[in-house]
Ligand binder design. Structure first.
Ligand SMILES: C[S@@+](CC[C@H](N)C(=O)[O-])C[C@H]1O[C@@H](n2cnc3c(N)ncnc32)[C@H](O)[C@@H]1O
Length: 208
């Protein structure tokens, strides 16, 4: 558990997760009346979603993290933070977007995306930025040889924010993620990205 205190002004700076927020914002269906961010941490994506969605629910199972997310988000009337475990949380709401940033590897993949798909409206979008495990030591070195200098450049050239929420090493490789995505979310688009991340975008069929 990370307990470092982060000044509010630094809560929305750069890190390996916020780097991919533009990709997620581009996946938001328009119009978007309701969005749900799962494992919201300090709420950086939720605050950005609140500028393009009518209402945003942001859920995290750590009450202390949710308290800090709320403190960073004063004044956003269309953003609600919920302290709950996504895997047992129930809602009657349906969403145009459900997002996970660096959260899906904390959860059982197939059960979590199936649950997220259930909360989506027909034509709603599931958008994930996730972490995958390199399949070998050599692959991990090759990836890091490129990613580290790029990450270092970004750190030197913009204000940085720590994640400020519990982190975990990923257990699934991208090949395993692709296999489970194909089985549970037919048509999902999975892409590898440079900074130790992948993205997954899936649109719920309109007739579902
Ligand atoms: C690595 S942090 C990512 C936080 C944030 N999305 C970001 O991009 O900075 C993963 C978050 O997922 C949350 N989390 C893990 N399992 C969860 C669950 N079952 N339900 C809700 N939140 C969960 C953790 O508490 C943590 O805040």
């Amino acid at each position: 558990m990370v307990t470092k205190v982060i000044p509010a002004s630094r809560a929305d700076g750069w890190n390996h997760n916020t780097h991919y927020h533009p990709l997620l914002l581009a996946a938001v269906p328009r119009p978007c009346s309701r969005a749900l961010d799962v494992g919201c941490g300090l709420g950086s994506l939720a605050r950005r979603l609140a500028t393009v969605a009518g209402h945003v629910d942001a859920i995290d199972r750590e009450p202390r993290v949710i308290d800090r997310a709320r403190a960073f988000s004063g004044g956003l009337a269309n953003l609600r933070f919920i302290a709950a475990d996504f895997m047992t949380w129930e809602t009657s709401e349906r969403y145009d977007l459900v997002s996970f940033v660096a959260t899906l590897h904390h959860l059982p993949f197939a059960e979590a995306v199936t649950r997220a798909a259930r909360w989506l409206r027909p034509s709603g979008v599931l958008a994930v930025v996730g972490l995958d495990r390199a399949p070998s030591w050599l692959a991990a070195c090759a990836r890091s040889a490129i990613a580290y200098p790029v990450s270092h450049y970004y750190r030197l050239t913009r204000p940085v924010s720590p994640i400020g929420a519990p982190i975990l090493d990923p257990a699934m490789t991208l090949a395993e993620i692709r296999r489970q995505a194909a089985a549970t979310l037919p048509g999902a688009i999975v892409r590898r990205h440079l900074l130790w991340r992948y993205s997954l975008v899936w649109t719920k069929p309109p007739s579902a």
